[in-house]
Design a protein around this ligand. Structure first.
Ligand code: N01
Length: 537
């Protein structure tokens, strides 16, 4: 709240983004009496779930966990229909939350923030939008998402293509009818792997262009019946308690022993059980799987056996088995019928290693060996400029006119993933330097927003105008994030976690990998210490 210690501003807090994090930030901060203005690029709420409307889009965290915990009534009232919710259902949920808490009134939709500039005298921020609006505020909160700047590779001739072109991360709201068309999908990450089985059902012929094979584990998705829902709701308190202690922000535990501390029989049973449980959880069967190469190999070998059992043509199976990274060091994919889709006679898999896409022409895609794959529609499932891409698009200027993008040219630099030196009263939520993409992002959002809310109350209660991370605290945190990643197998993968998917992007492991629960303890301790590592001004 503005008081005598702070300069007058149009509003107290600007929140950029109306995804899972932004929505909760608006709710919580407004509830504390702050005046809040929100801006959102889309014409509705939902963030990633607003944009990614491609066929097959669904969450890889169970719906019962991928939901807000702050509103017990909502938690008890809302009925998820499937174990893993589809994009339309999650968007309905977020729309419902926005209605229930009257969040839309704080937002300007279809409005992109183009710049945010610090006034060093008053330590306030002025934000400009693409609609020409200028708004000043004491605090500037970015909740712009880690996977919101779509990446489309620059392939020569792309503009010549005569058919339709779509990116999974900016899918048309009215949907796309592939019936009877020859469709090409470029990219086999989570988006491509989810979309392929559904596009195959419609298309006359589907060609999947794969540069790197990925590890995917069948989701084991199923409808949730009333009995399951009732049981889940009754156990919510314990489920949330376990999730908050957990590395990934969900209530599942790894096996109590290391991979080779158990007999081969027990090891296979554990892998089998996790395979049945489904999805990303497979990568955490044993606690040493992502730190010990031999342990990882054991998980990988079991996975390979399973996948080879699903794919009829051994040559296609050879292509589908990754050879370039340990299992789980890129986000493991959660699929429904991906591998068996390649048993269809009307689906082709083209391996691009050794025979990359050379160009696109009017009739389709031309490979390096001269093969023309004729297509009527092309889908780019080529991912995102992850973690920093959305913030990079905004001209954020701090002390001395410093540009955030320049400060982050060698990789994102934050203290706790929350504050940046030289940028007082600016907060980045659920982004680089925090668990964000490594954990259940809904609980990450609540963790960050609750910390922020307490921080703002602390500033007001103690008569401070501003809070700013100290440079040495940023250095320390950047080193801690780097060292923690280096102690794992994650750096071995050319993943978007470390910017490897974007040409020219520095190779730095961007999220905090120490676990959601551990991270929660760290930021709570910093708050309890009176914000050690921050200057309170
Ligand atoms: O993107 P990706 P995504 N030529 O970057 C390929 C979350 N998510 O949208 O690996 C040819 O993972 C690229 O190849 P390579 C989830 O966290 C979650 O699929 O770089 N191919 C790769 O195969 C996920 O990890 C859900 O060699 C090119 C693909 O495109 C994250 O979002 C659903 C290429 C990109 O894969 C991103 O997933 C969807 C080129 N020039 C997404 N450039 C769920 O909750 C790129 N590729 C389930």
């Amino acid at each position: 709240m503005n008081d005598s210690t702070t300069a007058p501003t149009d509003t107290d807090v600007i929140v950029v983004g109306a995804g899972v994090t932004g929505l909760y930030a608006v709710h919580r901060l407004r509830g504390l009496g702050h005046r809040v203005r929100g801006f959102e690029r889309g014409d509705g709420v939902g963030g990633v779930w607003y944009w990614n409307r491609y066929p097959g889009a669904r969450c890889d965290v169970e719906s019962v966990d991928y939901s807000y915990s702050f509103d017990e009534e909502l938690q008890q009232e809302w009925d998820w229909s499937e174990r893993y919710a589809t994009q339309p259902e999650i968007l309905r949920y977020l729309d419902h939350v926005a209605d229930r808490h009257d969040l839309r009134r704080s937002y300007s939709f279809s409005t992109s923030v183009v710049s945010a500039e610090l006034d060093e005298t008053t330590l306030t921020w002025t934000v400009r939008t693409d609609r020409g609006e200028t708004v000043s505020a004491r605090f500037c909160v970015f909740a712009v998402g880690c996977l919101s700047a779509a990446h489309r590779p620059d392939i020569p001739g792309a503009a010549e293509f005569a058919g339709s072109v779509h990116h999974t991360g900016a899918w048309p709201h009215e949907g796309v009818d592939f019936t009877g068309l020859r469709v090409g999908v470029v990219g086999t990450g989570s988006s491509g792997i989810q979309a392929v089985p559904l596009i195959a059902e419609r298309a006359a012929r589907l060609t999947v262009f794969q540069r790197s094979a990925n590890y995917s584990v069948p989701a084991g998705n199923r409808p949730l019946d009333e009995e399951t829902r009732t049981r889940q709701k009754a156990g919510y308190a314990e489920r949330r308690r376990l999730s908050r202690l957990n590395g990934g922000g969900s209530p599942h535990r790894t096996h109590a022993s290391g991979t080779f501390e158990v007999s081969e029989e027990e090891r296979r049973e554990a892998f089998e059980e996790r395979w049945r449980l489904g999805g990303v959880l497979y990568s955490k069967t044993f606690p040493d799987q992502l730190t010990d190469r031999a342990a990882n190999d054991a998980a990988r070998a079991f996975w390979e056996e399973k996948v080879r059992g699903l794919v009829e043509d051994p040559a296609v199976a050879d292509l589908l088995v990754p050879v370039d990274h340990p299992i789980g060091t890129k986000r493991i994919v959660t699929d429904s019928d991906y591998y068996t889709t390649f048993n269809r006679p009307d689906v082709d898999l083209v391996g691009l290693r050794g025979n990359p896409i050379e160009r696109i022409e009017a009739r389709g895609v031309v490979l390096a060996d001269g093969t023309l794959v004729e297509l009527d529609a092309l889908v780019f499932a080529t991912g995102f400029d992850a973690m920093t891409g959305a913030l990079d698009r905004i001209e954020v200027r701090g002390r001395g006119g410093r540009l955030l993008k320049d400060d982050w040219a060698a990789g994102p630099r934050t203290y706790l993933g929350l504050g940046v030196d030289g940028f007082p009263n600016l907060f980045s939520l659920t982004g680089a330097g925090s668990p964000s993409v490594m954990a259940n992002v809904v609980l990450c959002a609540e963790q960050h927003v609750d910390w922020l809310a307490e921080c703002l109350s602390h500033l007001d209660a103690h008569g401070h105008r501003a809070i700013e991370a100290r440079p040495e605290a940023v250095e320390r945190w950047v080193a801690e994030c780097r060292d923690r990643a280096a102690a794992t197998l994650f750096p071995a993968a050319d993943s978007w976690y470390q910017g490897a998917n974007i040409p020219g992007k520095p190779r730095v492991f961007m999220p905090f990998i120490g676990g959601f629960g551990v991270y929660g303890e760290i930021i709570a301790a910093v708050a309890a210490s009176g914000y050690e590592g921050f200057d309170l001004i």
